[in-house]
Write a protein that binds this ligand. Structure first.
Ligand code: TRP
Ligand code: SF4
Length: 369
């Protein structure tokens, strides 16, 4: 069964990335059939995932780390990373999550107190409502954390040249350089002897974050005079398209549905989303729709429908013209409504938990409360 409708249209883009040492995730797709993103090829690439695969199957310790940049609302694009974190935690990962408040200040101008509020009430609360166990997760703010973290970030500077950075990031600013060096330490510092010690580490990210991963791996190997790191592994997922086509971005209201959005507003957005429907109903009955180009279809595929057989039914209904977009969107909106109601119910308790856990951890790990 060919469930992935983007393989044909997208494969050239995503495959280009494989030239830089990223490899196809396909050897693992069937192995992890309990993970929708892996099973369906939404996670399409990786670096060094063998190390993580081995740790999982032998029940050996490994680290899952990621970072969130608190700016804007938590939407269905962000949900992918959150689901991946929760899944890795279920597989035994020691979870490390950076709150990249310095990055969001330097790159987006978000004041630190606002970033903190967004991180807690939007990101961390949503992670918890999506199933993260915060007691077994380690959080930190880039702006206030333990000295070893800053030392590592500073010492990493010695290992790279401006030209290398320029080749990866284009035009440089002091802000960019500092953000990049923070991120290197975000990814590596859990392996310091003061924390977990040397361990395989997986970073689940969108395909666009690969430059950071490559750079961090290079720096990690060059730091070997001073430190002893396992080169970090990564998984790469495809993007969730914006509702009107294009990118799903928190700076464009119409492109996303937030997980805290009212079901009515979410419904409206689905009803006006870009579909793969034909000009007229007649034509659609005759030719069928194009699910490969339909954002509504992607909502089902990435988020709303876990059962592969049901997914196949929806695909065929569309392809054969058995269903028209109006009806299909109403069904999608109603699934979405159920999801949001259920999720937002959990969010109430999750917000309090987030605040409590973070303030406990802040004092424990070196930051002020
Ligand atoms: N740069 C990431 C973003 O733009 C956030 C981030 C900070 C991050 N530190 C990280 C991601 C470490 C992965 C690993 O969203
Ligand atoms: Fe998309 Fe549904 Fe229309 Fe097919 S019928 S193009 S899946 S909205």
């Amino acid at each position: 069964m060919e469930l992935d409708p983007w393989k044909i249209s997208d494969i050239s883009n995503y495959e280009q990335l494989f030239n830089f040492g990223m490899r196809s995730f396909s050897p693992f797709h069937s192995h992890y059939s309990d993970n929708r993103y892996m099973r369906r090829g939404i996670i399409f690439g990786h670096r060094d995932f063998e190390k993580i695969d081995r740790a999982i199957s032998r029940k050996e310790p490994f680290i899952m780390m990621t970072g969130l940049m608190p700016s804007g609302r938590f939407h269905f694009g962000h949900k992918m990373v959150a689901d991946e974190i929760v899944w890795f935690q279920g597989k035994g990962a020691r979870v490390y999550i950076a709150i990249a408040d310095i990055e969001s200040y330097l790159m987006r101008g978000v004041p630190l107190d606002i970033a903190k509020k967004i991180a807690l009430e939007e990101y961390i609360a949503n992670y918890i409502a999506l199933g993260l166990d915060p007691e077994r997760s380690h959080f930190w703010f880039q702006s206030s954390y333990r000295p070893e973290y800053y030392r590592l970030s500073d010492m990493a500077a010695q290992e790279i040249t401006l030209n290398e950075l320029r080749a990866i990031y284009g035009d440089l600013t002091p802000s960019k350089i500092i953000s990049v060096l923070k991120q290197v330490s975000d990814i590596l510092h859990a392996q310091l002897p003061e924390l977990e010690g040397k361990l395989p580490t997986v970073v689940p990210v969108g395909a666009d974050q690969d430059p950071h991963i490559r750079l961090t791996r290079d720096i990690a190997s060059r730091l070997s005079r001073t430190y002893d790191f396992e080169l970090p592994s990564a998984t790469f997922h495809r993007f969730m398209e914006g509702l009107q086509g294009g990118k799903m971005s928190s700076s464009d209201q119409k492109s996303y549905i937030a997980l805290t959005e009212s079901p009515e507003s979410a419904k409206k957005k689905v009803m006006s989303a870009k579909t793969g429907g034909r000009e007229t109903a007649d034509e659609q009955r005759r030719l069928g729709g194009v699910p490969e180009q339909c954002v509504v279809y992607k909502l089902y595929y990435y988020h709303l429908v876990d059962d592969d057989r049901e997914m196949e039914r929806i695909y065929n209904e569309c392809k054969t013209g058995a269903i028209l977009c109006g009806e299909c969107k109403r069904r999608c909106a109603s699934m979405l409504e159920d999801f949001l109601q259920n999720h937002q119910e959990k969010m109430r308790a999750a917000r309090d938990t987030a605040k409590q856990v973070i303030s406990e951890q802040r004092s424990e790990f070196g930051g002020e409360k």
